[in-house]
Design a protein around this ligand. Structure first.
Ligand code: COA
Length: 211
């Protein structure tokens, strides 16, 4: 009898890591996803956007990284890095994500989600998150997770509205100063929702499995 194909993130029978994307499931960012209300388009994040996103990143709650960091994401997880482009051509917002882990920790991760103040409250964050969750479902991830500053009440309540809950508190996660909430949402593969059962104690950054 043929052995079942290993799932993404699991090992093959000879011990080598499985393909992260099942080969028969190509995932492409949407080339066009036009909203009648916002007239914004969701499309793949490209290296050109790195010259265009200053207006979004000036926000104090938006983390900014070095160029190599973004390029690594665009190269490795293009299907999880999306820009919301306004009709004017401006970057209205973006999400940077990745897929990581193995076994029951195989999951989608939101590294950055931000929307320019001019374009807020038009459901752009919701559309970007929905897309990242759909990709995680296709990749058969058990959950999606993210870190958010404990003081970022707007984002925390938004994620709660989207179905996320606090899995654990990470002490001094942000530059050794502010704590983070590690929030998770179980995907359909996690039938028993084991991945979102909250930890009973806070953890230190060095106890986190992934960075
Ligand atoms: C948080 C952020 C991404 C929300 O983007 P957005 O496109 O305005 O969010 P949406 O329009 O999709 O809002 C979805 C829901 O979140 C909640 N929400 C979003 N912004 C809110 C605000 N300022 N006040 C209260 N609730 C808010 C609402 O419930 C909203 O649904 P509703 O408009 O039907 O009431 C945006 O404010 C932002 O970029 N903030 C700075 C960066 C940041 O904090 N990123 C997250 C870090 S992990």
């Amino acid at each position: 009898m043929a052995l079942p194909n290993p799932r993404p993130g699991e090992e093959t029978s000879d011990g080598s890591p499985a393909e992260q994307n099942p080969p028969n499931l190509p995932i492409h960012p949407p080339s066009i996803s036009l909203s009648a209300t916002t007239m914004t388009t969701l499309r793949a994040f490209t290296t050109d956007d790195l010259f265009m996103f200053n207006g979004v990143n000036l926000d104090a709650l938006t983390e900014t990284y070095n160029m190599g960091f973004y390029m690594g994401y665009i190269a490795r997880w293009p299907e999880m890095c999306l820009v919301a482009e306004a009709a004017s051509g401006d970057v209205a917002g973006y999400v940077l994500g990745k897929a990581e882990g193995s076994g029951e920790l195989w999951h989608g991760h939101v590294t950055a989600l931000t929307v320019s103040p001019t374009f807020r409250r038009q459901r752009l964050a919701e559309r970007l998150m929905n897309f990242l969750e759909e990709v995680t479902e296709i990749k058969e991830g058990y959950f999606v997770d993210l870190f958010v500053r404990v003081s970022n009440a707007v984002a925390i309540s938004m994620y709660e509205k989207f179905g996320y809950s606090v899995y654990r508190r990470v002490l001094q996660y942000y530059a050794g100063e502010e704590d983070a909430f590690d929030m998770r949402k179980a995907m359909s593969r996690d039938v028993g929702k084991k991945s979102v059962i909250p930890l009973t104690r806070p953890v230190r950054p060095d106890e986190i499995e992934f960075n």
